[in-house]
Design a protein around this ligand. Sequence first.
Ligand code: ADP
Length: 251
Amino acid sequence: MIRFDGVMKRFGQNVVLDELNFAVEPGEFVTLIGPSGSGKTTILRLLMTLEQVSGGRIHVGGDCLSHMRRGERWVPADDKYQRQIRKRIGMVFQQFNLFPNMKVLQNLTEAPIRALGLSRAEAEERARDLLELVGLSDKIDAHPSQLSGGQQQRVAIARALAMRPDVLLLDEVTSALDPELVAGVLALLKDIAKTTDITFLCVTHEMGFARDVSDRVMMFDHGHVLEDAPPDKLFSEPDHERTRTFLQAVL
Ligand code: ADP
């Protein structure tokens, strides 16, 4: 579902990802861990096409995201091409990023109407089902500012699901929440991961959650995959000293 082939990403002289190779199978839940600055968020931003590769290729669902064919040649993909592929990818951000001037219902219907061409009635039906799933049916007419952080994040999750994505990217989704709201959001995500065939790529500092839901955990260091293993192996008996010291610092 996701494949990075020799991906390079530079910001000026700073090489952030260096010949990065990895793949995520359909339906897998893969968590990226590692020290701050190791390139985890850059990977998510490349998939959202908020950044472009400096070299190598990214594939999503069998199609190239980073490059497109022009006649016989492959050239860097343009925005119109990338928008088509990006429709398959949803993202939930640390800061929720809801549309503040729209009610909850409209937050959920806007993109499906505009980007998928759903009718308003279809989009609203989908939105109501999703609000029920995330336990916020009674907030359908609220504005984001009237909701708690946990409720806003549930709306953001529902908004991402409204696009029926194949891939869901989670970027530190509980970091901005009050501690007592974290568990509810994580339980919701676990439930979605277990009951759908969505492929997840998750950046988190919640090691208990990572261990609980991940099929695989990838430990990053300086833009490389240092270790890639099932969570029980990576958390209990990591191969690398660097992984061990990182885990000791965060657990
Ligand atoms: P992580 O998510 O693992 O903390 P990031 O992917 O955010 O790491 O950052 C990796 C490196 O890339 C850092 O050194 C960071 O300073 C750099 N970086 C990220 N985005 C930019 C940008 N837009 N411009 C310049 N440098 C950036």
